[in-house]
Design a protein around this ligand. Structure first.
Ligand code: MN
Length: 232
């Protein structure tokens, strides 16, 4: 059928294998490292994980410049391991989770921290804090057949060359198999879905001109620059 306007092109993330990974949806786990939960004022208590979502078109590919967004004066970086789902499923058992993973990438869960704090204080949704244009930078996806399980290894972030986050994947509170099992209780996971698995401690604000690099053992780094706010 003719359309009134062009439908949006899908975001295609590069992979080390050649064919691109068409992005479908983004799920993001909150407070998945104890030291980060504490720096957010929470007390990790072993309760169920929680997650929020971002639109697929919030993905910004590594190597690009992302605009400082409007309506915030405290835009934060959060370095995260991203799981790329290659095979769909509902109510996936943790023991079967590996079958549903295509691969892994380094990424960022950029956050309007000031709006998130306001939302928390009022018991309101986090959408305007988290679901922000270009707020999900993503590096090259490596297939799991190349990386093996990503259950340990260094994850870090530098801002303008200074180390700001320095953690280990083994410190995740909810493991990747348990994350996949949990999300798939609520939604049928589909190929193209991305799961941002939470950030270690050390999150902080960015300024226009900053250069962020996320490094994770075994993966291609994800790097972005913070650009000037978009013109109205
Ligand atoms: Mn996060």
């Amino acid at each position: 059928m003719a359309t009134l306007f062009d439908p949006p092109a899908p975001i295609i993330a590069p992979t080390t294998q050649g064919p691109g990974f068409p992005v479908r949806r983004l799920f993001c786990i909150g407070q998945n490292y104890a030291a980060h939960a504490r720096e957010m004022g929470a007390t990790p208590d072993g309760s169920a994980p929680f997650f929020f979502t971002k639109w697929a078109d919030t993905v910004a590919l590594s190597g690009t410049t992302i605009a400082y967004p409007p309506e915030t004066s405290d835009y934060h970086f959060e370095a995260e391991l991203v799981v790329a789902i290659g095979k769909g499923g509902r109510s996936i058992a943790p023991a079967d989770a590996a079958d549903h993973i295509y691969g892994y990438a380094a990424g960022l869960d950029m956050t309007r921290r000031d709006l998130q704090a306001q939302a928390k204080g009022k018991g309101r949704p986090w959408d305007v804090a988290k679901n922000v244009e270009q707020a999900a930078p993503l590096g090259v996806i490596h297939p799991a057949s190349e990386t093996g399980p990503m259950d340990a290894g260094h994850i870090g972030l530098t801002c303008n060359g200074d180390v700001r986050q320095d953690g280990d994947l083994s410190d995740m509170i909810t493991s990747i198999p348990d994350i996949i099992a949990y999300i798939s209780r609520f939604y049928r996971l589909e190929p193209g879905d991305l799961i941002y698995t939470g950030t270690p401690s050390g999150v902080g604000p960015v300024a226009v001109g900053d250069h962020l690099i996320v490094t994770i053992d075994g993966l291609t780094p994800c790097e972005v620059r913070i650009g000037a706010p978009e013109a109205a």
